[in-house]
Design a protein around this ligand. Structure first.
Ligand SMILES: Cc1cc2nc3c(=O)[nH]c(=O)nc-3n(C[C@H](O)[C@H](O)[C@H](O)COP(=O)(O)O)c2cc1C
Length: 181
């Protein structure tokens, strides 16, 4: 049995759901998994974990600053342990190049180059946004030619099968000798 730590950043809650889903899957495979919202944590990677999956979402072209800070602060440990990055964005829904660009920027800023990276589509949660955010996101969707502009409902693009595959591939990698990054 291995112990996996899943620190994450999430503004509207989609990455938080993805982190919890991965933790549930890991537990279903007989492992221990703990999520930590970096907004409320001390920012230090606790001892005793065998692997780490860092998850963050993209807003205005960048991942959460507190996730960037966490990675910078704990880079040595992340490089020592088998660790992975999950990046959640709307670009991951059909605009792979931009989604990869966000990760490249994150890697340049933090100096951490994870061996495993998952690009997952997030959500347009119109009913959860305040007035300004709702209209801003509708305009962005419209400008991109998306038909998903009905602000009385939410659009969730996350492909849970893909999240499951990524988590299981990560586990398989973890089980291999010499899987440290
Ligand atoms: C104000 C705002 C700005 C966003 N900016 C981007 C962006 O620059 N690029 C992108 O691909 N997605 C962008 N998104 C989409 C988010 O990445 C997506 O909604 C994701 O599910 C948010 O995850 P979270 O709920 O964990 O914070 C933006 C969303 C909001 C609300």
């Amino acid at each position: 049995m291995t112990k996996i730590y899943i620190p994450y950043g999430s503004v509207e809650g989609q990455t938080s759901q993805i982190a919890e889903y991965m933790a549930e899957l890991l537990r279903a495979h007989g492992h221990q998994a703990e999520t930590a919202d970096l907004k409320h944590s001390r920012g230090t990677l606790p001892d005793g974990y065998d692997g780490v999956i860092v998850a963050a979402s993209v807003h205005m072209g960048k991942h959460e600053g507190h996730v960037t800070d966490f990675v910078k602060k704990n880079r040595g440990e992340l490089e020592r342990l088998p660790s992975a990055l999950v990046s959640v964005s709307l670009a991951a829904h059909g605009d792979e190049e931009n989604a990869e660009g966000y990760v490249e920027k994150f890697e340049e800023e933090t100096g951490w180059r994870p061996a495993h990276v998952g690009l997952f589509a997030g959500a347009l949660l119109y009913t959860h946004y305040g007035f300004i955010k709702r209209h801003l996101m509708k305009k962005i969707a419209k400008d991109k030619g998306s038909l998903d502009t009905d602000t009385t409902r939410d659009y969730v693009y996350t492909e849970w099968d893909g999240v499951q595959r990524f988590t299981e591939d990560y586990l398989a990698w973890l089980a291999k000798p010499g899987s440290q990054a």
